[in-house]
Design a protein. Sequence first.
Length: 70
Amino acid sequence: MANLKSKKDRLERKITFRIDDDRMKQLEQCASFEGMPVSFIVRHLVIRFLESRRTEHILLKGMAGLDESL
């Protein structure tokens, strides 16, 4: 999982989202099986998504012959 900048920057913001009951039950089962809270799984998935988008953006810029810095 991606590292956060510093202790000061860690986990200061909250989000709320809605999910259907069946998917919530599946998520709770996964969390129970993994021995971690649902919030950890959701946070991990969001970070993975953002990192993949960043990587995709860098690759697309590289293929276009542009500067790869963000």
